[in-house]
Structures are given as C-alpha cells and as structure tokens.
Design a protein around this ligand. Structure first.
Ligand SMILES: [Zn+2]
Length: 298
C-alpha cells in the first residue's frame, strides 16, 4: 500500500462522511481489499436488494480492516475462528450468531469471561465477523436450500415449484433417516415416528423450526415427513407425537441445527470465490456440538 494513500485515507477518516470514504475506496486501486469492500460486493451480487432491517451486518471488527483471507462458516464458534485465523483468514462470513443470540446483543455478556476470551482472540488477530443470514436465504434459489439439496444428493428430488419439498417413492422412514445421517455425517440425529412409515413427500425446514409454521408444515396433507434442524420439544416435537398418536402417518426428523445448514455455507464459499478473486476464500466447517454414548467423538 502506498503511504500517500494511507495518509490521505487517515485524514479523510478523521471526520469524513461515509460517502467520502467510499470515494477514497474507489480511488485507491491496488490497495488491500477492506471488509467494507467485501460486503459491498456481496450486497451487489446477492440479487435480493438489501433489507433495512436485517441481522446481516458486521458483528465484530472494523469495516476498514484489510482482508487477508475469508472463511465462510455455518457458525462462528471460537473453534471456527481459531481455525480461520490459523489458516490466515481474518474475515469470517458466518450464517449464525457469534455471541449466542439472533441479534448478537452483548450487553448481558460484557462481564462474562468466555465472551471476553472470544473478543480478545478476535481483537488480537485483527478479525472481522460478518453475519450473512437473511439475504443468503432470500436469494433465489435459497443459498442454504441449494447447498443442502446438493449435499444430500436430493437436487433431482426437489419440487421445481418449491425447493423445500422433495419426492420419494415410498421409502421407509428408517432408510430415509439413515441416508440423511450418513450423507450429512450426523452423530446425534433424532427421529419421531414409525420406522416403517412409507415416505413419499418430505418438507425440509433447514435450521430452526418455530411453533408456526412448524406445526402447519407437518400438518399439511401433502407432507409425510418434516425435517428440521431444531425445534422445541414442547412445540413442534410434541405436536408430531400427538399427530402420530391421533392416527396420522407422519414423522419428524431433527438433524441438529449446524448440520442442517452447514452445506449451504459450503456452497456460499464457492459463491464468494469468484466475487473476491484478490483473496483466498475457504469453507471452515463448524463442528456438530453434540455426541452421544452410542456415537462418541472420533
Ligand atoms: Zn439459516
């Protein structure tokens, strides 16, 4: 980076408006790509416009940070950001929160030592974390749904009118569940329903299934199985039990949230690469958080 550019930028940043800073950015060709420029390219390419109200924003770090490399991930856990930093990536594009709530509000965490440890790590490694949730889902097709269908080998089974629906030829529930478990490498999947249920139509609700539309999704006459990342056991899970007890041929598969969207962010890394040819882009998998005695850690 040439020093005259740095001093000019420093001067302007002193009290400049955002518009002036943008002007500088476009002038200094050859300078390192900043986090703000990465985000500008994402905004310009995602094809959805940009919502006024969104969780998609910088969660940690400065927009002016020069980006050395980008890690796309499902969830920016401490483990993920450490592996990103070790691989020389100082910008993390994460689908899910960094600080344990949908809005990434940290007011109640300021005295928490785990929170402080994570913040200190991010600061020390000059990292920027950008949340990319809403707009990756709003994209056509939904970026998460597209990546998950590919990972499952279900792209051909998807309903051309609605990418959430998949058709099966009367596959037993036990076979379907095992296929999902092995394709997504899940240690702790959970299933509600008769293992011999003949499955013809699956509705996938990747990520969190709220009470509504979760219940409505499972209740649909054209849905045999609802696949969710996670749901409350006293909402959609209880409803699934009751629907079955009332005589309906239904089932619910709970994969775990991380594994239910992970491949959608692997696809995001592929999507980001041609947008950002100046810097290396890598997918960093978030680990499935759970193990069980029958499926211990490797
Ligand atoms: Zn999601």
């Amino acid at each position: 980076m040439d020093t005259s550019g740095v001093s000019r930028r420093a001067l302007l940043l002193g009290g400049a408006s955002l518009a002036a800073v943008d002007g500088v950015r476009s002038q200094d060709a050859g300078a390192a790509l900043t986090a703000a420029q990465v985000i500008d390219r994402i905004k310009a390419s995602v094809g959805t416009g940009w919502r006024a109200e969104t969780v998609d924003r910088i969660i940690f770090g400065s927009p002016e940070t020069p980006v050395k490399g980008i890690a796309a991930t499902m969830m920016a856990t401490l483990d993920v950001v450490r592996r990103a930093a070790a691989a020389g990536k100082n910008m993390v594009v994460t689908h899910e929160p960094t600080f344990y709530s949908h809005q990434d509000t940290t007011d109640a965490l300021t005295n928490d030592t785990t929170y402080q440890y994570k913040v200190e790590f991010l600061r020390k490694h000059d990292m920027v974390i950008f949340r990319f949730h809403d707009h990756w889902h709003m994209r056509h097709p939904d970026g998460i749904a597209a990546g998950m269908a590919e990972a499952l080998g279900w792209s051909e089974k998807a309903d051309p009118k609605d990418e959430r629906f998949f058709a099966f030829p009367g596959t037993p529930l036990s076979v379907l569940a095992r296929e999902i478990e092995s394709r997504l490498h899940i240690r702790t999947m959970r299933v509600v329903g008769d293992p011999d249920l003949q499955v013809r139509r699956v509705l996938a609700n990747w990520g969190y299934a709220s009470q509504m539309p979760g219940i409505q999704s499972l209740a649909r006459a054209d849905v045999d199985v609802l696949v969710v990342g996670e749901a409350r056991e006293w909402e959609v899970v209880e409803y699934a039990q009751d629907a079955i007890a009332a005589g309906n041929k239904k089932a619910l598969i709970v994969t775990g949230h991380v594994v239910s969207e992970q491949s959608g962010m692997k696809y995001c890394a592929q999507w980001l690469k041609p947008l950002l040819p100046e810097v290396p882009v890598e997918f960093v998998a978030a680990p499935e958080p759970f193990w069980s005695p029958g499926a211990p850690l490797a």
